[in-house]
Structure formats: structure tokens, C-alpha cells
Design a binder for this molecule. Sequence first.
Ligand code: ARE
Ligand code: CA
Length: 481
Amino acid sequence: MRSIPRWSATLALLATALLVPGSPVATAAPPPGNDGRSVIVQLFEWKWTDVAAECTNVLGPKGYGGVQISPPQENIVLPSRGYPWWQRYQAISYQLESRSGTRAEFAAMVQACHAAGVKVYADAVINHTAGTWPDGTRGSAGSSFTHYDYPGIYQTQDFHHCGRNGNDDIVNWNDAWEVHHCELVDLADLATGTEYVRNRVAAYLNDLISLGVDGFRVDAAKHMPPGDIAAIKSRLSGDPYLYQEVVYGAGEPVQPSQYRGNGDVIEFRYGQQLSAAFEGGTLASLSSLGNGLEPGESSVVFTDNHDTQRSEAALTYHDGALYTLANVFQLAWPYGTPVVMSSFAFTDKEAGPPSSADGRTNDVSCGSGWVCEHRQTPIANMVGFRNAVGSAPVANWWTNGGNQISFGRGSQGYVAVNREPAALSRTFSTSLPAGTYCDVTRGEVRDGACTGPTVTVGTDGQFTASVPAMGALAIHHLARV
Ligand code: ARE
Ligand code: CA
């Protein structure tokens, strides 16, 4: 078992005692976007032209701060497996040519997103190149290669050959050296300790930075020694935002905390605990969500990502209203920087995005194979809620002890979540100033009027309302009528 540092446990107890009952210590994370925009969206497998349009038409207007895009580098192409989504995680070269689009389209996307106030975070596959596959010998940009030989870039000497377990794969996850130096599912493991590889990887990332990229999700960060990532980071231009994928594994020697010196880290346990509370537990238990986890201010979190939505436990778009409610809670709760998942629909876990028979990705059309969770009114408008409440602490926490909860964020906003089969009708106590507010989970303010229901807060801070079964209500100071 990983032990929580004692000082952090003490702080958590203090916060519990002095501030809001059960609220976590951590407050808002540093904003990933412009103007205090605090939420990232993962547009999984979208084409660059579609991402550009989404920045302009939806992400900017709704207040999203950043967009996480699929790995942009040249990747292996696997017709024998039906062009699975995961072929993008096998790097062949650092040319920016993939089924998401060309280098020119990529550059135009970054410009469009910046014009909309949205930062661009690229998924950086830098721990490895590809696995052993009989399929073709050409990547998505046409480069030829063989296993451990990528002409002009990497040859045998640029990879770890850990010499364990017969096939060089990671087998013993309780051995940190092995996790760092052996192969993750047969993926040729780059010798990130060498000057050459560090410079080559940094040149790739700097190329993206030169096109305006603002930061990176560091894929498989857990499989690189923290010092190797630091050495690569020291070679980067500017100050890109890094969030490292270090999956927490109970009792494992490689721990997320070891990577904090390099930047933010993805806290996987948050989504697991959030899902568990919404699926089988009680929402009342969420008052302590974040306690005992890595510090919220340097953690990135999600309900689900492209990996966890394909494993059994996670709550996903397949769960309908339950999933939406979990997202409403996540966006209202002051822990971590949330990444909203935006999926393509799937039943086959291996299947790639909507595409032609020869593996070319279709244009995005929400509802036709593309789920677009991030556009759902409650989710999209809660992005504005999170931006509006900033770092205001949890206030006025209430629960029925079961699956109805409500809480404020200082005097800036208030949310109620009802995961029960009957409406929740009651008088809520808030710290909000008196006034009429728009319920942003069901409407928004246009021309001074709310397109959905409104709520009137009295001078005593109270309001009476009915929250629908499996529904929510959220009001904030920037959506008043
Ligand atoms: C595919 C095939 C393999 C084949 C390989 C090489 O599935 O059978 O051997 O190709 O040819 C994704 C897919 C993989 C896919 C890979 C490459 O998920 O199936 O392999 O792309 O195409 C660990 C890592 C973590 C990793 C997860 C999946 O620590 O970094 O496993 N997540 C990232 C991405 C993935 C991606 C990769 C890394 C590789 O998000 O999408 O893989 O670039 C415990 C441990 C965790 C461990 C977890 C699951 O919780 O604590 O550390 O995560 O189990 O094993
Ligand atoms: Ca490695």
C-alpha cells in the first residue's frame, strides 16, 4: 500500500475541521487556458479540420480552456486489424501526417483554436515506437520501417533491450527498473537515457511548439524514469504545460508523486472513485472526494478517458443520464483540472473512429457515430460554471444522506445533483446574493433571458426549487437574469 504523506493527512484533517465538513484540501488547479478557463476536452480521434471548427463554434464560446488531440505523429497502419484506434499509439516517425490530417491542417487548427481562446495539448507518444506487426512496412506518412529500425531516426542502439522475460516485455510491475526499461506490450522502448534520443524527442516536441502547441499529455510517462522526462523537458522551448500519464497502481514502486517535479500528473483514482460513488455507492460520500489523493492543484482528472471507457469499471456515455450527472459533479467540484471525454460510439473495443473502408476518418457529425458528450447542455454549460466560480471553496454542503446532494462554491455558484428516481423539492440554503439565476444545466442566458428554468434566491440566500429525478440544477453569478 502506498502511504499518504503525514503532513497531507494532517492538512486534510485541519481543512475538514476548520472549513467545510468533508471538503478536500485542494482547490482549483492552475488554469490550462486563457482567461481562467479551467477545463480541457479530449476530442478523441477527431480530424484537425473538425477540431479547428469545434474551437471556433463550440469550445471557445462555451469556455473550454484546452483541447487534447490524438497523437499527431506518423503512426503504424494496421489494415489486418481494421485500423484500430490504438494504431495511433505506435509511432513511426515525427512527421505530422495521420488520419487526423496533414501538417498544414494541424498548423491551421492551432491558429483557429488560439483565435477562439483555446489551448492545444498534443498526446505525445515518446516512450516507444511500434510493436512487431506483419502488416505493411509503411507508416501513415509513407515512411518505411522494420522493428527497431526507423530510417533516419532510430536504430537498434536507440532502444532498450532489457533482456528479461524472453521477449523484453514488462512482466514484473513491482520492479521499477523493469517498468521503465522493458517493453510495454511489445512496443519498442526508446532509450530515453541517451543524449541522442532525448534530443530527437525534444526536436519533435519543439516542432509542435513552433506550430503553437501549448503543452502535452505525456503518454506512458510511467514507463520513463522521471529524470529522463526532466531531461527532455529541459530541452523544450518556452514553458509548455505537461500532464503525465502515470496510472496509479496500488503497491507499485513507480508512483505518480515521483513525477510532480516535471509538471502535472493524471490522478486516475479520482475517476474511479467518482464512478464508484455514482454507480454503486452514494453521492453523500462525495463530500470527501479528493482526500487522500494526489494534490488537486497539480492533478488532471476525468470521469473516463479513451482507455478506461473500454475497461469494465468506468462510467461512460453508455450510462446515459448517470454519466451526465457525474460530469456535472466533476465540473462543480474543486479538485484537479478536468478533462471532459468526447468519444466516438463503439461496441467493439478495438474499433477505430467512424471511417471509410480504407481507414480514412469521417468528418465529425454529432449523433452519427460521434457522441460529442462535451456538447451536451449540462456538460457544456458546467464548463462556464467552473470558470465562473474559480477557486471559491465548497460552501453550504447538504445531503439527504443518500443520493441527493447540493453545495455552493463560495458566494459564486450553487449546484444540486439528484441521483434518485423521484424529484427533489426543497428549500436550499446558499451564500449567493439575492437575484434571479438561470439553471445552466437546462438553459443559458440569451439576450438577458434564460432559455431554461430560473431560480430566485432571496435576501436570506435561500431558494426553493424542484430538481428532476436523475437531474441537476446549477446556478452561478455570471448567469443571472
Ligand atoms: C496494441 C495491442 C497489443 C500489442 C501492441 C504492440 O493491443 O496487444 O502488443 O499494440 O503492437 C494503446 C492500447 C494498447 C495498444 C497500444 C499500442 O491500449 O492495447 O497495444 O495502444 O497500439 C498501462 C500503461 C499506460 C497505458 C495503459 C494502456 O501504464 O501507459 O497500460 N496507457 C497509454 C495510452 C494507451 C496506449 C499506450 C499507453 C501505449 O493511454 O491508449 O495503449 O502508447 C495497471 C497499471 C497501469 C497499466 C494498466 C493497464 O493499472 O498500474 O500502469 O497501464 O494496468 O495495463
Ligand atoms: Ca521506457
